[in-house]
Write a protein that binds this ligand. Structure first.
Ligand SMILES: [Zn+2]
Length: 140
């Protein structure tokens, strides 16, 4: 999940088509960067609305599929976040085996442990996103 930052002025807004094209370019580069194997099927979805997130990912470990949903309306006004958000969500796919491990543990529903686990994964994804942005700066 990638939280939203305050949007830029509308004068800098992109069209939805620009956001989608840039997101597809970012996805290709991020899948390569994070070495997501070719047998994974990763799909981009675009939604409008004022949800709390710039993007989120749903991972299906069993069938090796993932769907990244991007908030197009938000990203139109923060186009510099497109590249970062896609990289962030692909980093979540790279760490998805940890989620599969967690789900298999007994007593996984204990609140404090769950919170610590989610925070540790998110902090690691943020670090991986920084590496992505350093090694692959947004070309836009
Ligand atoms: Zn996240």
């Amino acid at each position: 999940m990638t939280r939203k930052a305050p949007p830029a002025p509308l004068s800098q807004a992109w069209t939805g088509a620009q956001v989608e094209a840039h997101a597809h370019a970012a996805l290709t580069a991020a899948l390569d960067y994070f070495r997501i194997p070719d047998h994974w099927e990763v799909t981009l979805c675009f939604s409008g609305g004022d949800g709390d997130n710039a993007g989120e990912v749903h991972v299906d470990q069993t069938y090796l599929r993932a769907t990244i949903t991007l908030n197009t309306e938000y990203l139109r006004t923060s186009p510099q976040k497109v590249w970062e958000t896609v990289g962030h969500e692909v980093a979540h796919i790279a760490l998805a085996p940890f989620d599969a491990f967690w789900v298999g543990l007994p007593d996984k529903t204990q609140g404090k442990q769950r919170e610590q686990y989610v925070r540790a994964v998110e902090n690691t994804v943020v670090q991986l996103t920084r590496m992505w942005l350093r090694d692959h700066p947004d070309p836009a």
